[in-house]
Design a protein around this ligand. Structure first.
Ligand code: SF4
Length: 496
């Protein structure tokens, strides 16, 4: 029988069919995405930092991940020989295995330590730690304490990263012990799946397909769900599953008498009849009071788990670029301003402070009055508020900018304007092509914020491969298109 490992256990707890597919339908497994690879590499770095907190351990990592037997033997031998710290300590009991990031002995206690690349403890961390506790205990090496070592979200970088400050140790022993009965029940259930290669578990799709993880097999199990399905209803709050259980899959099949919100009804009518909706009064009331000059503004940011810039925290949105289209009044020509910092200014030892340089440029580009228009403005406002905390001498200027924002997202989020092409989204990436089909990002090398952020981060980390000068132009072109897109939307609304 195949061994139940931690990852298989976690799969099986989410869904028995998922575990079955992991084991017996490898043909269904999609390739590893770039995003997953990035997660692995930041996970590796954090694992190395964790080992610095518990140095000089013996490493039980197996030479081949297909054969853990030597790791089980080494771990047993080293514990019995009194080795203080073991990395990748591996245990086996009753066809279930557990490999632990760090096994450490301190003050006569045995500590099990799992390292996590997250800034808090999630319920599924407790689930997998409970399995490890169960295996270790039954293998005769019960831990006295079980800890998660995760990223400290209050860490502020100042020079090189000290693992003592960057990582935080959380005692989860009681929670893990509480889950032992549940772990035993889960294992009975999952062993039954593992032992029945010929029988695929009968599991219907449900909310568990996306929680706690988006399942890799949705392309297979969800293939009967049509493109414009009940699951594309915005703010569904369970209505999607209610309809699905009644056999209603397509938006176009939802009967008129079903109680839907205004926004949901617009979407259904859009699919059924191709109809659009505009509340001109609400839109006019909203945008006609905006005072000129109007500043159409957009930041691009990096938000690495491992901070790269002094004074920033894990996952903090750190701006490296902005685009600004200024409309002095309705009839004037548009003025464009932009900023893109030098990636080397993010590197330690640089005499240039990229955030300070950005603030100075903001001061040069913004006049003292007029509304600042952003799409989903809370993002830009939050970035500016963080800058105001980091640079108190500029707080008054930055707070002044924050107080002038208006949000171009509102007419779409509040469903004052709807076109079927927007589907279930009020995001600019859907609204813009619905309003101006000729205005696209397709001709751009960099065509979305995620790619812009990852590209610039790779320049900071010196992992970028390619023509940096040309790529900087691509970054500028992308950000400019974003603010130009806002101008197009605003004009469209003004002309209604
Ligand atoms: S898509 Fe849903 S039902 Fe299918 S394997 Fe994944 S979790 Fe299970």
């Amino acid at each position: 029988m195949p061994t139940i490992s931690k990852s298989r256990y976690v799969s099986g707890v989410q869904c028995e069919k998922k575990l079955y597919y992991d084991l017996y339908r490898k043909d269904l497994k999609p390739p590893i995405s770039e995003q997953q690879e990035e997660l692995f590499s930041s996970g590796n770095f954090i694992g190395q930092l964790a080992q610095k907190l518990y140095p000089n351990g013996k490493d039980a990592t197996p030479e081949s991940y297909f054969d853990f037997c030597p790791s089980f033997e080494s771990t047993k031998e080293w514990i019995n020989a009194g080795v203080e710290t073991i990395y990748e300590a591996a245990f086996f009991y009753d066809d279930v295995m557990a490999a632990l990031d760090i096994l450490h002995h301190q003050n006569g206690e045995r500590w099990a330590i799992e390292v996590k690349s997250s800034t808090d403890v999630k319920e599924y961390h407790i689930t997998d730690a409970s399995l490890q506790y169960w295996v270790m205990t039954n293998a005769g090496f019960k831990p006295d304490k079980f800890f998660l070592l995760h990223v400290n979200n209050e860490f502020v970088k100042n020079g090189s990263i000290d693992p003592k400050d960057f990582l935080t140790l959380k005692d989860i022993t009681d929670r893990v012990i509480e889950k032992q009965d549940e772990t035993i029940k889960n294992l009975i259930r999952l062993k039954n799946v593992v032992n029945n290669k010929e029988t695929e578990p009968l599991v219907k799709i449900s909310k568990h397909c996306t929680s706690p993880f988006i399942c890799n097999y949705m392309h297979h199990c969800w293939k009967h769900i049509p493109e414009n399905s009940v699951f594309s209803l915005p703010y569904a709050r369970g209505k999607d599953w209610e309809l699905y259980e009644k056999g209603i899959l397509a938006l176009s099949s939802i009967p008129d008498e079903v109680d839907l919100s205004h926004r949901q009804r617009l979407q259904v009518e859009g699919i059924k009849n191709g109809s659009s909706y505009v509340d001109k009064t609400a839109i006019k009331d909203f945008i006609s009071s905006w005072t000129y000059p109007l500043y159409f503004f957009d930041f691009e940011t990096v938000f690495p788990l491992i901070p790269v810039l002094d004074g920033t925290t894990p996952m903090q949105q750190v701006p490296f670029q902005y685009s600004l289209h200024i409309k002095p009044d309705y009839h004037s020509e548009m003025i464009h301003r932009e900023f893109l910092t030098d990636s080397t200014s993010f590197q330690s030892g640089s005499t240039l402070n990229p955030r300070k340089a950005l603030i100075e440029q903001l001061k040069a580009d913004f006049g003292p009055t007029g509304r600042i228009v952003a799409y989903n403005a809370s993002f830009e406002m939050d970035v500016l508020k963080k800058l105001a905390i980091a640079f108190p001498e500029d707080k008054e200027f930055l707070d002044g900018l924050v107080s002038r924002f208006v949000d171009l997202l509102i007419p779409f989020r509040k469903a004052w304007y709807y076109k079927p092409e927007m589907g279930n989204s009020a995001s600019i990436k859907f609204v813009l092509p619905a309003i101006a089909p000729e205005f696209s990002y397709k001709d751009l090398e960099i065509s979305n914020g995620g790619l812009a952020s990852n590209t610039f981060l790779s320049m900071i980390l010196n992992t970028f491969e390619g023509d940096e000068a040309a790529t900087r132009l691509n970054l500028l072109a992308y950000c400019e298109r974003d603010t130009l897109g806002m101008v197009v939307i605003w004009k469209h609304l003004m002309d209604l």
